[in-house]
Design a protein around this ligand. Structure first.
Ligand code: PLP
Length: 395
């Protein structure tokens, strides 16, 4: 099975290493010479359990996850099932730990944290906005492009009343990324991160987090699974969920009920084991081919620096709406002077000249977005930079 190396910058589902997909295709047909594909066997069989355990072990190795304090599990779904399930599971845990209901704090820096906040409200969770980047850009603005200074974040957040503080580490649509862990101010409150679009792009100080979740289909694999890393004391007790009902919050459906999933080593119900095998192969590739997480992080930094610096050279043509200090290394967003007509030409020519694809911005914001996930090679970034230079000179 072969393909020409794609120069694909789509935001998700996203590019994966060709070698991983070749192996995955083989595994789908005939897993380890068994005569059956990995997706055809029981999710409780030994080969399936091995895939689950190996993936967990590789995550521990890559991220240096402290296993005495943190638990890893996988659940069907993506980012959205991630933020929905977080709200009810962590609230159930808080109700038990504190014997009273509490609030969930949200830091809003783009459309994904905004959606997570709205979902928690929809589920009847008592929420509070800790910081809002939309407001930081003008009172009626819904545009995002900055992260307000931590000093300006709410000072009225008490650990006795706050179940968790939630934020999105990389806002895929708006191209805003946290450059460091910003929550020292809220010590004692569990910090929850959506890392769906930058998970495994850089090192993470796992021990500082209460919960990290990541939908798989960008840096880590194909759609179908979410990866969770949770601090063990935040796992609800099975009976905590009754407390939700008493407090007007819908009870968590069993397939998203963390204690049931964890107790069954991520196979409470049928885990899409082929999807997990793709993740497992991506993790293996990161360790053995890419040289580990630090090497990948360094490469990602260089790729992003290259692209931003060529865009910055032509401010009269390319407009970068995100404040420099919070620019995402994964999703580079920009617009082109001349609006949609020029942008259309940019997209068409990029594909025609160098087969550069997947550059159209999210439908809600327009413009361009070049996603530089782990699998996007430096060669692709170099070609894109070359094309941008040509486009700038021609325009
Ligand atoms: N969170 C982030 C940061 C995302 O980028 C996305 C999707 O792009 C989601 C959540 C939602 O993911 P899903 O479509 O898998 O529900």
């Amino acid at each position: 099975l072969e393909r020409e190396e794609p120069h694909y910058f789509g935001a998700g589902p996203a590019l994966l290493p060709t070698a991983v997909l070749q192996q995955a295709a083989y595994d789908l047909l005939n897993y380890q010479g068994s005569g059956l594909g990995i997706g055809e066997i029981s999710h409780r069989s030994k080969p399936a359990t091995d895939v689950i355990n190996q993936s967990k072990a590789r995550l521990v190795q890559l991220l240096d996850i402290p296993e005495d304090t943190h638990e890893i599990f996988f659940m069907q779904g993506g980012g959205t099932t991630g933020f929905s399930s977080i709200a009810s599971n962590l609230m159930a845990n808080f109700l038990n730990r504190k014997g009273k209901s509490g609030k969930a704090g949200y830091v809003i820096t783009g459309s994904w944290s905004q959606k997570s906040y709205e979902e928690a409200n929809r589920l009847g969770v008592d929420t509070e906005i800790i910081a809002n980047a939309a407001n930081a850009r003008g009172s009626n603005s819904t545009k995002f492009g900055t992260i307000p200074n931590v000093d300006s974040w709410s000072n009225n957040v008490s650990k006795d009343d706050t179940a968790y503080i939630y934020y999105c580490d990389n806002e895929t649509v708006h191209g805003v990324e946290f450059q460091e862990f910003p929550f020292e101010k809220y010590e004692g409150i569990p910090i929850v991160a959506d890392m769906s679009s930058n998970f495994l792009s850089k090192q993470i100080p796992i021990s500082k987090y209460g919960l990290i979740m990541a939908g798989a289909q960008k840096n880590v694999g194909i759609a179908g699974l979410t990866i969770y890393i949770i601090r063990k004391d935040l796992i609800p007790q099975p009976s905590d969920h009754k407390l939700l009902i008493e407090n007007g919050i819908p009870i968590t459906p069993i397939a998203f009920h963390y204690p049931s999933v964890i107790k069954n080593n991520s196979a409470y119900n049928t885990i899409p084991i082929f999807t997990l095998q793709v993740i497992n192969l991506v993790l293996e590739n990161l360790i053995t081919v890419k040289g580990g997480l630090q090497a990948q992080e360094d490469l990602n930094r260089k790729k992003a620096e290259k692209l931003y610096s060529v865009l910055d050279k032509y401010p009269e043509i390319f407009n970068l709406p995100v404040e420099k200090s919070v620019r995402s290394k994964m999703n580079v967003v920009f617009t082109i002077s001349g609006g949609e007509i020029k942008e259309g030409i940019f997209l068409k020519e990029a594909e025609k000249r160098y087969k550069l694809t997947g550059l159209k911005g999210h439908r809600s914001v327009g413009g361009m977005r070049a996603s530089l996930y782990n699998a996007v090679d430096t060669t692709s970034v170099d070609l894109l930079c070359k094309f941008i230079e040509e486009f700038a000179k021609e325009n």
